[in-house]
Ligand binder design. Structure first.
Ligand code: NOJ
Length: 901
């Protein structure tokens, strides 16, 4: 009963964003003080004398790094701030710490926290050698084709790339480290504010004891000649970051933001303090390695100033300057890790709602999907499947035989995803174990387990920073466990892991709770969600070491991409949320988190049939494609809308399945190079500045497919922007082409999804309807060759078993297709495992469609060569394009088709 009251209360309060629950910058002590500092320093202009300078005598350089001391000159004393510069992945890294005295009386770990271990553990970054020269005013460091000049007084760092200055740190003198001090100490400058130094006056966090007092860090980073920046998710906003001089800064603080508003800078569930700035010649990545509450101000001019402010931690910063955004992504992802190659099934369609209420309900939805011919791969269980929200239990009266259900689903290769949250109800074996073994997050007294409220009522939270928590978490998912049993088609959804605490300040933990290692929650807040979904990932690996786990997380941080997919949380069933989902997903991709999606249909409320249909037409392009709905919303499985909607939705979902080879190949590329799966136009063509504001259109990987989903109610026309002079083909009406950079108007009806194929691309599809993606494994391919103006095209295809890690042993095919001089060739990358190659011998190319040949051809000879053999294939001409029918070549071999026109 109580739980239902809690749910109703939550639903009631969830109708619109409750801004008053969250601090504005003015209400956040450290943001307030640093912004005040910025205003005062700017006001003083040239007359401002910064208290910070580099002690030239302290500099010590070797082949890999330079170290030294920055001094903060107080009235009567000096604070020492040791710094280190080194080069990681040929990029400039700066770390600044503080030598603290008098802090050893604290029970807390009194060092400044370094988030690098948490965020960089998946990466493979290497250090480079440097050389240096110094005089009494500055130090110059040379590395690769870059250099950095560190000016001692005023302290300022300029980073040069290919001889040109690109980034200046502390050009505006906003560098500020609030040193450790006692409350009675009076060490303030007149240009500083003392707002909330030792107390928090925000109504919900007055109890914050701020045991280490003010500890914030701030720095301005100027990106020269750049007025477009992208990244720092998660915000429900446009893709190109906006100037914040007249608003609050963008905030990075993982919170459960009830029904967030579209186009807002409020914090959300995840935080990635990484952005990319862009101009036609250069791209710059800024990675602010910090896991505490963080705000970013942006002041756009010809050069853009960004002002980064974090509540505590060391200052750790990587500046990546390269020629284009792709190169920046590759460097960033070698620091933080790349997306795990997903299990193939997880790229299929996910059917979810809060809640499918019983095994029979699940069976009913499952059988209707087949009845209506809608492919799907997973059905999801939200929190109601549990016994009183006790995770790892089942509500037995409604779910008497989960293993049996899992087996039934497995007959058509479907999976079940069940939710497991980090709040654990007080008073059953899981919480008892966690509490009695010291594996929960604790109160500031270090002894008392923290109790707060979430779905189950009174709960404790697992401390996934405690290494011992992992082995216990493993047992809950292991083969013998009641919960997961031996079913490898049970996967996991980690929700509410910001963490969400219904009675906590700003809907989350009090900042002065403590974690393993004597760290305050304040220091690691933004990384808690990641530590939790990682624990789940490793527990699933422990269950089946050669099975790629699928974990969906709501909260995330840099590096989350290596172990989880994310979605954008609680949106609503309105057109505005449909629109904003795209820039949100694109922004995550830019920030290295490409496996992203949004609730199709909108979580809160009830979509009109038109909106639902349009949402599917947009949603099939989300790298993570899941329909989801709030417990109070009406049922909206695709057959409920009726005709013509059901058929349109069915065909839309089928299109997703037809294009799975394209999507999987895009993920492969992302897992190798760190590129987004969905790419804004400017990401592919950064030379063209006219593309910098377009965020409702995208390319799918490197395939050449360009999509502009319809997101306007009642649309009869739509416009699409051609980013370059190349010829573009309508993907569905093969005779229709568009050409000429700029806006092109299209007529649309409810069935239209504007999808164009760029001339020069080869798209691989599997066109047969199957009930799930795993049943498509041996289906034949159709190749669509879209010729460019030179009559050439190319494409890539990646195939592996889609479930195991055997690809690491060479069990995969990487195929390059090329069309030139009227020859289509397929070439396999060498060094592949023979056994895997043989297993695909029966997978054929059943059709090759060549679009863009001069349309006066009448007679064609399609000569096929595979290995030693040559034969002639049938062909037809349809609407001016050529179809080579059943050429009988295997996808697992190299071959050629010579078109003699
Ligand atoms: C919040 C999540 O964002 C939503 O998707 C889920 O349905 C509810 N929690 C209930 O678990």
């Amino acid at each position: 009963m109580l739980t239902w009251v809690a749910i109703l209360l939550f639903v009631h309060t969830a109708i619109s964003a409750k801004r008053e629950l969250f601090k504005s910058c003015a209400e956040s002590g450290f943001c307030h003080r640093n912004r005040h500092y910025a205003h005062e320093v700017t006001k003083l202009g040239d007359t401002f004398e910064s208290p910070y300078f580099v002690l030239s005598d302290s500099i010590d350089c070797n082949q890999l790094s330079c170290t030294g001391q920055i001094v903060k000159q107080l009235k009567n004393t000096q604070i020492m701030l040791p710094f280190e510069v080194d080069i990681l992945e040929e990029s400039f890294r700066l770390r600044i710490d503080e030598l603290r005295s008098d802090t050893h009386f604290h029970k807390l770990n009194s060092c400044r926290f370094s988030a690098a271990n948490l965020s960089m553990m998946h990466g493979s970054a290497t250090s480079s050698k440097i050389s240096s020269t110094m005089n009494d005013k500055s130090l110059q460091i040379f590395f690769n084709d870059s250099s950095a000049t560190i000016n001692f007084k005023p302290f300022k760092i300029t980073i040069f790339y290919k001889g040109k200055p690109q980034v200046i740190l502390n050009d505006n003198n906003l560098f500020n480290i609030e040193h450790y001090r006692k409350e009675e100490e009076n060490s303030m400058f007149e240009f500083e504010s003392d707002y909330d130094l030792f107390h928090d006056s925000f109504k919900d966090s007055r109890a914050d004891s701020l045991p280490l007092g003010p500890e914030s860090i701030g720095l301005d980073i100027k990106l020269l000649n750049m007025s477009h920046l992208y990244g720092i998710p998660e915000h429900s906003d446009r893709l190109s970051l906006e100037d914040t001089s007249q608003s609050d800064p963008y905030r990075l603080y993982n919170v459960d933001i009830f029904e967030y508003e579209p186009y807002s800078k409020l914090p959300m569930y995840g935080s990635i303090p990484f952005l990319i700035g862009l101009n036609p010649e250069v791209s710059t990545g800024v990675f602010w390695v910090n896991s505490a509450d963080t705000w970013v101000d942006i002041n756009k001019k010809k050069d853009t100033y960004t002002h980064w402010i974090s509540e505590n931690g060391i200052l750790d910063l990587v500046i990546i300057v390269r020629q284009n955004p792709k190169e920046v992504s590759t460097v960033y992802s070698s620091l933080t890790g790349r997306v795990q190659l997903p299990s193939q099934f997880s790229l299929g369609y996910h059917q979810c709602r809060w809640n499918y209420n019983s095994e029979d309900d699940v069976r009913d939805v499952h059988s209707k999907m087949d009845k209506y011919g809608i492919p799907y791969d997973t059905i999801w269980l939200d929190i109601e499947y549990t016994d009183e929200k006790k995770y790892f239990t089942w509500k037995r009266e409604l779910f008497p035989d989960p293993s049996g259900l899992l087996q039934e689903l497995d007959e058509t290769k479907r999976s079940l995803v069940a939710i497991i949250d980090p709040h654990i109800k007080v008073g059953y074996e899981v919480s008892d174990y966690l509490e009695s073994n010291g594996l929960v997050v604790r109160e500031k007294d270090f002894d008392t387990p923290y109790h707060g409220h979430c779905w189950p009522g009174e709960s404790v939270w697992i401390d996934t920073f405690n290494p011992n928590a992992q082995s216990y978490w493993d047992t809950l998912f292991c083969k013998g466990s009641d919960f997961a049993g031996s079913s490898s088609n049970l996967h996991v959804w980690n929700d509410m892991n910001e963490p969400s605490v219904f009675n906590g300040p700003e809907t989350t933990f009090p900042k002065d709770l403590v974690h393993f290692g004597k760290w305050e929650h304040r220091s690691i807040h933004n990384w808690y969600g990641k530590s939790f979904h990682e624990a789940t990932y490793y527990a699933l690996i422990n269950r089946s070491p050669n099975h790629r786990p699928f974990v969906l997380t709501r909260s995330y941080a840099p590096g989350s991409q290596a172990t989880a997919a994310m979605w954008t949380g609680d949106n609503a069933a309105t057109w505005e949320y449909l629109k904003v989902a795209l820039p949100m997903i694109l922004s995550n991709g830019i920030a290295g988190m490409p496996f992203a999606g949004a609730d199709v249909g909108g979580f809160f409320g009830n979509p009109s049939k038109e909106l639902l249909t349009r949402w599917y037409q947009s949603g099939i392009w989300y790298p993570f494609f899941r329909a989801h709905a709030h417990i109070d919303s009406r049922r909206r499985e695709p057959w409920i809308a009726g005709e013509p909607y059901t058929t349109i939705i069915r065909d839309t979902v089928r299109l997703r399945y037809q294009l799975l080879p394209v999507l999987y190949t895009a993920f492969y590329e992302s897992s190798k190079l760190g590129y987004p799966v969905l790419r804004p136009l400017f990401y592919e063509i950064p030379e063209n500045q006219k593309l910098y504001n377009i965020d409702d259109q995208f390319f799918v990987g490197s395939s050449g497919l360009m999509v502009k989903p319809v997101t306007e109610e009642g649309a009869t026309t739509d416009s699409i922007y051609l980013p370059d002079p190349q010829i573009y083909y309508d993907f569905f009406k093969l005779g229709t082409t568009l050409q000429g950079e700029g806006i092109h108007e299209l007529e649309v009806d409810l069935t239209t999804i504007p999808v164009l194929a760029r001339g020069g691309s080869i798209i691989t599809q599997k066109l047969r309807y199957r009930r799930s993606s795993q049943l498509m494994k041996h289906d034949p391919y159709t190749l669509m060759v879209f010729l460019d103006s030179e009559g050439t095209a190319k494409g890539k295809l990646y195939i592996d078993d889609g479930t195991s890690f055997n690809y690491r042993l060479g069990h995969f095919l990487e195929i390059s297709f090329q069309y030139s001089n009227n020859i289509l060739s397929s070439e396999l990358k060498t060094n592949i495992a023979r056994k895997f190659q043989d297993s695909l011998d029966d997978v054929l190319v059943e059709r090759v469609i060549i679009i863009g040949l001069p349309d006066d051809f009448t007679s064609v000879k399609a000569k096929v060569t595979q290995g030693e053999k040559t034969w002639i294939s049938n062909w037809t001409k349809e609407n001016g394009y050529l179809v080579v029918k059943n050429p009988r070549v295997s996808i697992s071999q190299s071959w050629e088709i010579n078109i003699e026109v």
